[in-house]
Design a protein around this ligand. Sequence first.
Ligand code: CUA
Length: 324
Amino acid sequence: MNGARLSVALCCVLTGCGGVQSALAPAGRQADEVATLFWAMLIAAAAIWLLVIAGAHWALRADPARYGERAAGWIIIGGGVVFPVTVLAALLTYGLSLLSQADAEPALTVRVSGEQWWWRIGYVHEAFDAPIESANEIRVPAGRPVAFELDSPDVIHSFWIPSLGGKLDMIPGRTNRLVLTPLEPGRYRGVCAEFCGTSHALMAFDVVVMPSRDFTRWLRAQAAPAHEASDEPARRGRELFHSTGCAACHTVRGHAETGQVGPDLTHVGTRASLGAGTLPNTRDNLTQWIASPQAIKPGALMPAFAMLAQEEIDALAAYLAGLE
Ligand code: CUA
């Protein structure tokens, strides 16, 4: 019985070591350093623990008559002063040596602003005059350092992509800079790591690390206005996007460019998730989100549109799903 419980517990613990959101499955240089430091510290701590247990075991069994006060003094100086000073100095030097490597100049800057509770994203690249706006999904090229400029308009969030590196706070009124070097192309998950309000736990984002050439092509497509689906429900949805007020908060470049309050939806149909990493991006989930965002993300600032006819909500979802 106990064995079964132990294996269940071990499974729960060990499944946390892999996957798209684990600091122990690094896919970038900085995450690799964190993981290396973790394993070095863990092995050193385990070795010291074994040594202390062995020492205690010996002390319990040793015959006190055989050792004088002098020997006790040596044990205290050796085990209590010399050993910890040497070991801690070695581990500190090792830890600091991992920090000291300077980064090459980043080729790409990604501005990320923590909103309640989603991510405003802007790609700053020398090939484009203005930042390319997006939301809730970050794409970066593999093999080169990327600078993230982090801030927030109201409350403190924390930007964390465990597979790529350590976390950094997003603080209103200042811009924090985090340089990460993604190495392994793939899809990962980032999260907000600082309590920021009701839906803090529903504030995630998708991270896609792409081969460098694919990334350049993708960024060029992002910079372009939306491709819109031309079928009938999508056309009706396009009209409704204006007449029901969506455009007051959301931008779709090439169609409605004034909305700044909510996430940019220019290429929303190509993103993996909805509601900042909360739901898979399907037509069905889009209709549910439009009808009642608060049922999915408590406290979300987007008003519910359940008063629209189901046919109108479906048309809006068709329009949004077709934005590529
Ligand atoms: Cu944003 Cu927690």
